[in-house]
Design a binder for this molecule. Structure first.
Ligand SMILES: NC(=O)c1ccc[n+]([C@@H]2O[C@H](COP(=O)([O-])OP(=O)(O)OC[C@H]3O[C@@H](n4cnc5c(N)ncnc54)[C@H](OP(=O)(O)O)[C@@H]3O)[C@@H](O)[C@H]2O)c1
Length: 325
């Protein structure tokens, strides 16, 4: 079968590899669409060609002997694992415990846009910061809200009941976060504190930082409410924890690959949350974050999408469908 690999010299190109076989808890999935994330773009070339890609939507072709959640023919979406070959391939193996049923109203591209960022946003909000799923009180500041993670985090936080303050720095990204349901939009290109004060607020109960931590740390500490929650999705670097202590604040780290990488007992939660989100999309409560789609899945299309993401101003998600031109 054909797959797309990152070669040692840094180019993306086709490789021919054997079609894998499903064993144990694995599903063999015929890949229909993929989405690209910053984590794909950040990968360094190794000494051998490496198949990249995490977000996949496709159709189950075969199942391993221990599979109980899916059967051949099922349409699925998932974010894969950092320790296995990636999803930019015609067929792909994935553990059923991190897979959800594809939301019925969505195309494969619309579905492929969702899983990695949805797992990140859901785990960050509900598993790490312990935002109640319903009737949550207070405000959340989402820094870097127009990207893939922010586009679903806004929807989930609003669904839970929080008032959402989203940051976006350009007219296009401002419009995008407003359309995703942000109650207020402020700019991360300007100091955050006066903009929050101008909303009539002194402090916020939750802060979800979806970009580099250090440039925003002092503002986060100035804006966090006593006993507030902060969640980071990138390593914090050398930030001072004193101000957090002074607030009895809680700092959470979200890394969505941890459950599949370490095969934690909580790994099945990723199946459950993707299934729950699929139902919420079926019901029209949540919506795809796809902003643009491309075809076919090829080294040329991927290289172009990688470059768009590298520039750092994508709104929502970019997905690519189909292996045939
Ligand atoms: N830990 C995890 O499990 C996990 C999971 C997913 C993603 N991540 C990481 O989280 C980050 C966001 O991911 P994503 O998929 O949402 O990225 P993305 O889609 O590439 O984010 C693009 C958005 O970032 C905003 N942005 C760019 N520079 C910014 C800055 N200096 N300050 C604030 N916002 C800025 C842009 O808004 P404007 O155009 O308005 O400036 C743009 O809309 C990435 O670094 C990614 O690697 C971590």
């Amino acid at each position: 079968m054909r797959a797309i690999a990152l070669f040692p010299e840094g180019r993306l190109d086709w490789v021919e590899v054997p079609k894998p076989e499903a064993q144990g808890h694995d599903l063999l999935v015929r890949v229909k669409a993929v989405a690209v994330n910053p984590v794909d773009v950040k990968q360094s070339p190794g000494s051998e060609p490496r198949i990249l890609g995490y977000d996949v939507a496709g159709v189950v072709e075969a199942v391993g002997s221990e599979v109980t959640l899916f059967q051949p023919g099922d349409e699925v979406y998932y974010a894969g694992s950092i320790v296995r070959p990636g999803g930019f391939s015609e067929y792909h193996l994935v553990d059923e415990r991190i897979v959800g049923p594809k939301p019925r109203p969505l195309s494969f591209a619309e579905a492929a846009a969702m899983p990695l960022t949805t797992i990140t946003a859901w785990e960050g909000l509900f598993d790490r910061m312990r935002v109640p799923l319903h009737d949550a009180q207070g405000h959340i500041l989402i820094i870097g809200a127009a990207g893939g993670v922010g586009s679903i985090a806004i929807q989930l936080a609003r669904m839970a009941g929080l008032q959402v303050i989203a940051t976006a720095s350009r007219p296009e990204s401002r419009r995008w976060v407003e359309a995703r349901g942000a109650h207020h939009v402020i700019s991360h290109a300007e100091p955050l504190e006066p903009q929050v004060t101008a909303l009539g607020l002194e402090r916020v109960e939750y802060i979800f930082c979806l970009t580099s931590v250090a440039p925003y740390w002092d503002a986060m500490m100035a804006l966090l409410a006593p006993e507030g929650q902060v969640c980071l999705v990138l390593p914090p670097g050398n930030v001072a924890l004193g101000p957090l202590w002074a607030l009895s604040g809680s700092l959470h780290a979200e890394s969505m690959f941890v459950r599949p990488r370490f095969q934690t007992p909580t790994m099945i939660q990723q199946h459950r949350l993707l299934s729950r989100v699929a139902t919420l999309i079926d019901q029209g409560v949540l919506h795809t974050t796809l902003s643009e789609q491309f075809a076919p899945i090829s080294p040329e299309t991927l290289s172009m999408v990688f470059e768009r993401i590298r520039q750092g101003h994508v709104v929502g998600k970019l997905a690519i469908s189909g292996f045939d031109s």
